[in-house]
Design a protein around this ligand. Structure first.
Ligand code: TRP
Ligand code: SF4
Length: 329
């Protein structure tokens, strides 16, 4: 039996941070490694333009550096199809046709739309493209007749909308599209080094590519339990971001040990962070080795993307001929 297809996309933000790694990418890799799915992962470059239309100059470089991070972290082009949205023009055609059948009200009530618009209030997002981008996302997903869409909770409304659009298409024209399921990714709450949400725009991120002195320095400057002023004060790991990282980068025994030692002031934050830096460096070592390899073999990156684009295009072309026939166009 053919494997169930799953599909997910990421905006090309350039190099990825540990929040991205543990939020989405790690999950993509696990789905790939489970052997249960035919995985399609793509760079959503048209999506990036919906909010970054006034500064598009970095997009091409960002695509490449993001794909390098994907491959370094463990996405494997032998197992997963990796492609770039704008290289498969069929997405635009399906987007156009879906936009004809999507009621405006479905878009206007979308909570992610409202949230992003107020969050990014420094940009003028009263555009047609920004309101309509969930329709583009629906096209991305149903184009490949995906069974499942791995996403974080913020993207759930978009998958819900995709389901409604797929049903509406099937009802109006012909049963072409399976109604996709969201595969919810649990996202650990990783904060940046300054204690705010880890985000490129806050300049507080630890990147997948950080190593050596940079990594050590960033981890050494991480905020810890704010109530713990002196080494002799006992600490509370539950409210310490450093401790959250331990949960991801060391053994359960080590986590337990830090928990105990922190609470009885047996270990100071400086030492605690030094040890954490070592654990993270060790875990990221194979990732950095792959990164070095790809940095020295940039032509491989291009051919991986080209191959993925070709595979995606083939399916998209097939879907579009069914769609055109159904719509009588
Ligand atoms: N909108 C998603 C985001 O901002 C990215 C995305 C675009 C996506 N198309 C998709 C995710 C299709 C899943 C499936 O993160
Ligand atoms: Fe956080 Fe470690 Fe300091 Fe405890 S000892 S407050 S876990 S950094």
């Amino acid at each position: 039996m053919a494997l169930k297809r799953i599909l997910s996309g990421m905006r090309p933000t350039g190099k990825l941070h540990l929040g991205n790694l543990h939020g989405a990418l790690q999950n993509w890799i696990e789905l790939q490694e489970s052997g249960k799915y035919d995985c399609f992962y793509f760079v959503a470059d048209w999506h990036a333009i919906t909010s970054e239309y006034s500064s598009t100059e970095g997009i091409k470089d960002n695509i490449v550096s993001m794909v390098i991070d994907w491959l370094s972290a463990g996405l494997d082009p032998q197992k997963s199809t990796l492609f770039v949205q704008s290289a498969v023009k069929e997405h635009a055609e399906l987007f156009l046709l879906l936009s004809m059948i999507t009621p405006l009200a479905w878009l206007e009530r979308n909570p992610t739309y409202k949230e992003m618009k107020s969050e990014l209030s420094n940009k003028d997002l009263s555009t047609f493209g920004f309101l309509g981008y969930p329709v583009l996302q629906a096209a991305d997903i149903i184009m490949y007749k995906a069974y499942g869409v791995p996403v974080g909770i913020d993207q759930l409304p978009h998958v819900e909308l995709t389901r409604e659009i797929a049903r509406r298409f099937n009802f109006l024209y012909k049963e072409i599209f399976p109604v996709p399921e969201p595969l919810l990714t649990s996202v650990p709450k990783l904060l940046g080094i300054d204690g705010r949400k880890m985000s490129k725009s806050y300049d507080n991120s630890i990147y997948i590519s950080d190593r050596g002195k940079t990594l050590l320095h960033k981890i050494s400057s991480m905020f810890t339990d704010p109530q713990r002023m002196r080494k002799s004060d006992s600490g509370n790991p539950e409210i310490c971001n450093v401790f959250t990282f331990y949960g991801l980068y060391s053994s359960p025994e080590k986590v337990k040990e830090i928990d105990v030692e922190c609470r009885k002031a047996g270990i100071g934050c400086t030492d605690c962070k030094k040890m954490l830096a070592k654990q993270i460096a060790e875990k990221l070592n194979p990732v950095h080795e792959r990164m070095d390899y790809y940095m020295n073999h940039m032509n491989e990156i291009n051919s991986i993307i080209e191959e993925g684009n070709k595979k995606a295009r083939k399916i998209a072309q097939q879907t579009m001929s069914e769609v055109r026939a159904a719509v009588n166009i």
